[in-house]
Design a protein around this ligand. Structure first.
Ligand code: NDP
Length: 240
């Protein structure tokens, strides 16, 4: 029987490419989103992938949503914690609200997404936890103290989960994309974006499908010994 994969933020951007790639590999896929009903409806019409709306920052909503997905689609064996936001500001201007919004969504959201599926993975002795971190969690970024903290935190989460899940057949890994051509990046002013591209040895932004490829690799049955790792997919944009 096909395994079931849950992709948070799976109706747009990188998440949409991940949902589609997992479906193409034969998984049953459920994609979540926060509030953009129009994009989610269009995504389901295009792909046939079921979408579910809940806020990953809310534990009870996440647990209830996950229970619904498991009842309607199947027990979740692969969870991709992809939903994320930015609220950029230089540190001296960053408000506590901007800090908490990003922490609640990008970091607590990973806990809220993985914690409800973890007992089932342990019982079934199989699981794949894949967290979408960021190059900016590895190197830090001007005006992203909040975002970089969450993305660095993701790496701590997967390294710890990897140790806890290894004997139960569960792996936990992170992917650190560089700059990928999604709405999040296209919203950056063009002049700033041009200077970002100039700093990427590949000379271009990445494509969402290139991140999706990393996910299908980590999700596969054959990837069971890859555990606690970070895949950097950034066009050779190295950092110290
Ligand atoms: P997008 O803004 O294109 O899409 C974000 C998705 O997450 C949407 O589906 C959105 O739902 C959902 N989402 C946002 N907040 C919540 C929430 N509170 N609860 C549930 N769902 C939520 O983002 P990207 O595709 O660009 O980014 C995806 C991930 O990749 C993020 O974690 C990001 O940090 C990371 N990343 C992106 C990079 C890039 O260059 N784009 C680079 C490195 C990492 P809705 O459609 O309803 O708004």
């Amino acid at each position: 029987m096909a395994r079931t994969a849950l992709v948070t933020g799976g109706s747009r951007g990188i998440g949409a490419a991940i949902s589609k790639a997992l479906k193409a590999e034969g998984y049953n896929v459920a994609a979540t989103y926060a509030g953009n009903d129009e994009a989610a409806t269009a995504f389901t019409a295009e792909t046939g992938i079921a979408t579910y709306k809940w806020n990953v920052a809310d534990y009870d909503e996440s647990a209830a949503g996950i229970a619904k997905v498991e009842a309607e689609v199947g027990p979740i064996d692969i969870v991709v914690a992809n939903a994320g936001i930015t609220r950029d500001a230089p540190f001296h201007k960053m408000t506590p609200e901007q800090w908490h919004q990003v922490i609640d969504t990008n970091l607590t959201g990973v806990f809220n997404t993985v914690h409800p599926v973890w007992p089932g993975m342990r019982e079934r002795k199989f699981g794949r936890v894949i967290v979408i971190s960021s190059i900016n969690g590895q190197k830090g970024q001007f005006a992203q103290v909040n975002y970089a903290a969450t993305k660095a935190g993701d790496l701590g989460i997967v390294k710890s989960l990897a140790q806890e899940g290894a004997r139960a057949g569960i792996t936990a890994n992170a992917i650190c994309p560089g700059y990928i051509a999604t709405e999040m990046v296209m919203a950056i002013p063009e002049k700033v974006r041009d200077s970002i591209v100039a700093g990427i040895p590949a000379g271009r932004l990445g494509e969402p499908e290139e991140i999706a490829r990393c996910v299908t690799f980590l999700a596969s049955e054959d990837s069971g010994f890859i555990n606690g790792s970070t895949i950097s997919a950034n066009g050779a944009q190295f950092f110290v």
